[in-house]
Design a protein around this ligand. Sequence first.
Ligand SMILES: NC(=O)c1ccc[n+]([C@@H]2O[C@H](COP(=O)([O-])OP(=O)(O)OC[C@H]3O[C@@H](n4cnc5c(N)ncnc54)[C@H](O)[C@@H]3O)[C@@H](O)[C@H]2O)c1
Length: 246
Amino acid sequence: MFLDGHIALITGAGQGIGKACAFAIASKGADLIVLEKNAEALGEVTRELKQSGYGVTGHVVDLTNIEELREIVGAIQKVRMIDILVNNAGFDRPGTSDKIDKKDFDEVITIHVTVPLTLIQMLLPDMRRTGWGRIINLSSVYGAIGGKGEVAYSTAKAGIIGLTKSVARECGKDGVTVNAVLPGLIRTPTIEAFMAEKYKREIIADTPLGRMAEPEEVARVIAFLASDDASFITGAALPVSGGWGI
Ligand SMILES: NC(=O)c1ccc[n+]([C@@H]2O[C@H](COP(=O)([O-])OP(=O)(O)OC[C@H]3O[C@@H](n4cnc5c(N)ncnc54)[C@H](O)[C@@H]3O)[C@@H](O)[C@H]2O)c1
């Protein structure tokens, strides 16, 4: 299989898009390292992956604790060469620009921008040394068009596009590609639990394909970007949105 011999680090793979990504990338042959703060979800997903015959190691970590993150990843790097990175973990703190709490704003920037930057800083040197690497960052349609009442999230998701394009320019000649995926409305546990039906209807009405997507529909694109089939794609900000935001 085309990712045999590769090792992928995926953040936030306890559920939703990250979990679907774990299965999509493992099914192409890569071994997985999963960083996730929810110990129960992590236990469940690693069990399911192992039952399917995939190689996976899970670590419980709150990624926003940057020092702890550095320690854990540093220890992993002493024994394993990670050459695929999927910066997926995320959360939202809604609010308009006049009301957003600074702490909420900073937390959203940390998880969506500072954590990906930290992991890129740690993993990119190894990828450059071996001349092959794949970095895929989860942005959002909100990062391209903005979101009403979503000032922190939209700012962070625009930030990760800038990070993607800048790092793509830095390391293309070393065989490392860096791309961002911009999902539209995806049926994940968080969206199902927390997004009001009214907002879902509004987004779907503005989505040419007229529906939400399943996490696997995003995960398949991420697995493609991780593969050699995507060898000439870098710096892309690819919507997987059913046309929402075009
Ligand atoms: N679902 C959507 O409609 C949608 C749309 C656009 C972009 N996205 C983006 O895609 C990514 C995944 O979204 P999702 O809907 O699958 O999310 P989700 O909330 O369903 O799952 C996120 C996972 O990340 C983990 N996580 C969150 N914060 C963490 C932390 N500090 N440390 C470690 N783990 C942490 C959670 O425990 C969870 O398992 C996110 O970056 C999100 O912003 C999602």
